[in-house]
Write a protein that binds this ligand. Structure first.
Ligand SMILES: [Zn+2]
Length: 400
């Protein structure tokens, strides 16, 4: 295995230039959720050129590449996504967000760590096995999914259609292992009163009074703690009124609540708890309800899906063989210690776990740079990530 690690590292070094160029091409191709067609085409083309055994795009636009195994081992999914968040005001970036500028050993731009760098490392990492002439014992399926940034529609679809025995999600983790994260659920709290002229407020029912009691009460809602993930949290974020004039008492208010979830709390249980709080907050005959927010999404292939804005939490137990095998494989291949921790943000790992696929996280790039104007990835780290994925693809598919 020591010789094998050396071979993997050697091949990754040979691939370095191509890996860097591929990452830069991906960054230069903007792919907001719903507009990933061009970047999907680039990914599929790269997989074909690297000698993948099968490459296809499914109905919603996920790119799925297969490196066929010998059939005696487990199947493994490597999972990242095609989309990214908005780049915002370009003048705030040290380098233009879609130029993929190389500066002092780093590639700069939107998606460098979240997630085009890791995507390139997974696509190339699996292909290193081909280059080494090594056939994994089980199939390696590389999935690059649509619309992760708006709820994970692509991976929900993949969780239904492409069952593998295990999965590695490639969100940035500084090439450390991640075995879980809190989930995210968006709740909509609506209060309905009765609109009237603001000069005679007594003629209407002003929903602000009920809503303010609800928001104050939200601070005192009981929260639970998960020993690994930490405490769940509620944050009121956006608020909308049905009026645009300041001299009208609104008839309706809608508040968005960002709830970071832990596995012990089911969405319906929490929704019902907040509904009871709202009921107790209503004044003057106002009415209200609490709902999980849903989105109607259209993918770049024209597929339509209705999905809740919910990422489930997940925790892979500390003693799970997927943790120990991943750690052993990476420490051997990378020649250093590989810590195991948690992500602070939600990923498609929750959807895959919910679909019954045990999932672990590993990806190059500093997670603190995701969604910022400082987004960049070190080339050395990128290459190390590709070696890591090759080692994981070998080890995690061995033995059924
Ligand atoms: Zn991401």
């Amino acid at each position: 295995m020591v010789t094998e690690s050396r071979v993997l590292r050697g091949l990754a070094e040979e691939l370095r230039e191509r890996l860097v160029e591929f990452s830069r091409r991906l960054i230069r191709t903007p792919s907001l959720p719903g507009h990933e067609g061009e970047v999907a085409r680039l990914v599929a083309e790269e997989m074909r050129e690297l000698g993948y055994d099968e490459v296809r795009t499914d109905e919603v636009g996920n790119v799925i590449g297969l490196i066929r195994g010998a059939g005696s081992g487990r199947s493994l999914m490597l999972n990242t996504h095609l989309d990214h968040v908005d780049s915002g005001d370009e003048s705030r970036w040290p380098f233009p967000p879609f130029a993929a500028e190389l500066h002092e050993g780093c590639i700069w731009g939107r998606g460098a760590v979240d997630i085009k760098g890791p995507t390139a490392a997974q696509v190339h990492g699996a292909a290193i096995l081909k280059a080494a002439g090594v056939r994994p014992e089980g199939d390696v399926v590389v999935v690059v999914a649509v619309q992760e940034e708006v709820g994970g529609l692509g991976s929900v679809e993949v969780g239904r259609s492409t069952k593998t025995d295990r999965a590695v999600v490639g969100e940035p983790s500084g090439n450390e292992l991640r075995r879980g994260h809190r989930g995210r659920v968006e709740l909509l709290v609506g209060v309905r009163g009765r609109s009237c002229h603001a000069s005679v407020p007594e003629k209407g029912i002003n929903p602000h009074y009920s809503m303010s009691r609800f928001v104050t009460g939200l601070r005192d809602v009981r929260t639970e703690v998960d020993p690994f993930l930490g405490r769940e949290s509620f944050a009121p974020t956006l608020i909308q009124s049905d009026q645009s004039s300041a001299n009208v008492v609104p008839g309706e208010l809608t508040l968005h609540v960002d709830w970071r979830t832990i596995p012990s709390r089911a969405p319906e249980e929490v929704r019902a708890e907040l509904a009871r709080l709202l009921e107790a907050s209503l004044l003057d005959g106002a009415s209200g309800q609490v709902d999980l927010r849903t989105f109607d999404l259209v993918t770049y292939t024209g597929a339509r899906r209705r999905a809740p804005t919910a990422f489930p939490s997940f925790v892979l137990p500390e003693g799970d063989p997927l943790v120990s095998e991943s750690r052993a494989a990476l420490e051997e291949a990378l020649g250093r210690e590989v810590p195991v921790g948690r992500w602070e943000f939600a990923t498609d790992g929750g959807h895959l776990t919910a679909a019954g696929v045990p999932t672990i996280g590993f990806g190059p790039g500093d997670p603190a740079l995701a969604h910022t104007t400082q987004e960049r990835i070190g080339v050395t780290e990128l290459v190390e990530g590709a070696v890591g994925y090759a080692a994981l693809a070998l080890r995690l598919t061995s033995g059924a």
